[in-house]
Write a protein that binds this ligand. Structure first.
Ligand code: 2HG
Ligand code: ZN
Length: 475
């Protein structure tokens, strides 16, 4: 267990970091003590905002000497309370937001080096600046930071082709729990010197060290891209369509996002300025983005041909292709607003789950029927990354005044039911959001012993004092 910080430690940190890097003013701390969904609230004794790696090392070193817990935080967009301090008030909040420089961009190595506090949309811009791109995107791109993306092994809406963060991190710089610096911002594509510490830190949720910078892989910009919206009868039809489109485009489908009628309906009702993409509503929809390399037939042509054929065959019920950048953005906005529309609509239980891709259509239909039958009034909204076998199987509480009581009385039974079905389908109870505080119990309950024991041993070896992001993953 971590210790509370002493007055001596606090004043030492204040001297070290100066007025811009240290605050105990409740007004400065307030925005960062609650997660963005308002589900978790914590207490911290001070907000530390270092601007250099040396400062992070000094902070961690001092906290290690006195056994004080540190909660790293970037854009505060965690879906599982992973960046919210514990309620006990004994930890220090370590914001990486001031470490926000892009240290280098290299065309010949096809990579850039960004500090932990760089926001994802700036990574996109920097890559574009040299005619390349960073192929990972998500709705929170305007606030999610590199450190958090690395530490949660973030996924998002482009995993289908280039994989999650794990496959895009070439090197890392991180301060380990004893204050030492792991410094391998390497551009190496091959490196087999023993255990891969970089991959251990990716997805560790700040429990094994503080990521301060990452080398990120870039890919070629496409010659053209096309965005379409299609209405279908079922998730099964959607998966069939995906495989056909992949065959047609030579695996150049970059996004294939499932949106059920109830999610689209929420967006159209709750998000100003949105419009229905097709003439009539359909039970299921997909947003598709496909690309084509320079010199090849434009992506819009290939996608159009494939969709016309799919409509003729009855696989797709209706479809629309964006004919301008503005239209493409409007379609993307529908997809990216689902989470926010759901939040505005009322409380929901979030289940970020995965099962084998081939099993997902059946899982969605069966699990939805089972949950809605057992919990009358609750509504399942299953949307997201069908091609990755990952949907957000969210359960909205019955509407009206009884919602909060329902969550309290039935919420954990409903979540257990979903997770048990996921485990029975050989799936994962956390596909892309991590464990944080929200999933600790189910993580401990459902993980195979060998997996848990090995992870605990790693945590114990690297962070024996338990000062790194206390209360997340393990105690
Ligand atoms: C998404 O895919 C995010 O939009 C959020 O992962 C999912 O709100 C959610 O459940
Ligand atoms: Zn997602």
């Amino acid at each position: 267990m971590a210790n509370p910080p002493s007055d001596a430690l606090l004043s030492d940190l204040q001297t070290l970091l100066g007025p811009r890097g240290f605050s105990r003013d409740p007004a400065d701390l307030e925005p960062w003590l609650t997660d963005w969904r308002g589900r978790y609230r914590g207490v911290a004794r001070a907000l530390l905002s270092p601007s250099t790696v040396a400062e992070v090392q000094a902070i961690v070193g001092r906290c290690a000497d006195s056994g004080v817990g540190l909660v790293p935080q970037g854009g505060n967009t965690s879906m599982v309370g992973g960046a919210t301090p514990p309620a006990g008030g004994e930890a220090l909040l370590l914001s990486l937001r001031r470490m926000s420089s892009i240290r280098s961009v290299s065309e010949s190595d096809n990579m850039l080096v960004a500090e932990a506090g760089v926001v994802l949309s700036r990574v996109h811009e920097a890559a574009q600046g040299i005619g390349r791109r960073f192929p990972l995107s998500l709705a929170a791109k305007g606030s999610a930071t590199v450190g958090g993306l690395v530490s949660t092994n973030a996924g998002g809406t482009q995993v289908l082709r280039f994989g999650p963060m794990r496959s895009l991190v070439l090197g890392l710089e991180a301060v380990l729990p004893d204050g030492s610096l792991y410094e391998e911002l390497s551009a190496l594509r091959k490196d087999n010197r023993g255990y891969d510490l970089r991959q251990l830190l990716v997805g560790a949720e700040g429990t094994l060290g503080i990521v301060t910078a990452a080398s990120l892989r870039l890919v070629a910009s496409p010659g053209s891209s096309a965005v379409a919206w299609a209405g279908l009868e079922s998730p099964e039809a959607a998966l069939t369509l995906l495989r056909r489109l992949e065959a047609r485009t030579g695996d150049a489908v970059e996004s294939f996002e499932l949106v059920p009628a109830n999610a689209l309906d929420l967006v159209l009702r709750r998000i100003a300025g949105t419009r229905a993409p097709l003439a009539a509503p359909h039970a299921w929809n997909v947003l598709i983005e496909a690309v084509a390399p320079h010199g090849a037939a434009p992506a819009a042509e290939t996608l159009q041909d494939a969709l016309v054929e799919a409509v003729e065959q009855g696989l797709v019920l209706d479809a629309a292709i964006a004919t301008s950048q503005a239209q493409a953005e409007a379609l993307w906005r529908l997809r990216e607003s689902v989470s926010e529309a759901e939040r505005l609509d009322g409380p929901a239980l979030k289940h970020d789950i995965s099962v084998p891709v081939s099993a997902m259509p059946r899982f969605i239909e069966e699990a939805r029927t089972a949950v809605e039958r057992r919990f009358p009034g609750a509504r399942v909204i299953a949307f997201g990354h069908l091609g990755d076998g990952n949907v957000h199987f969210n359960v909205q509480a019955p509407s009206g005044a009884a919602a909060d009581r329902w969550l309290e009385e039935e919420g954990s039974a409903a979540s257990s039911m979903v997770y048990d079905m996921v485990i029975a389908a050989s799936g994962s109870i956390s596909a892309e959001h991590g464990i944080g505080q929200m999933k600790r119990e189910v993580f401990l309950r459902t993980s195979p012993p060998a997996r848990l024991d090995a992870q605990r041993a790693i945590k114990q070896a690297l962070d024996p004092l338990g000062i790194m992001n206390p209360g997340k993953l393990f105690d």
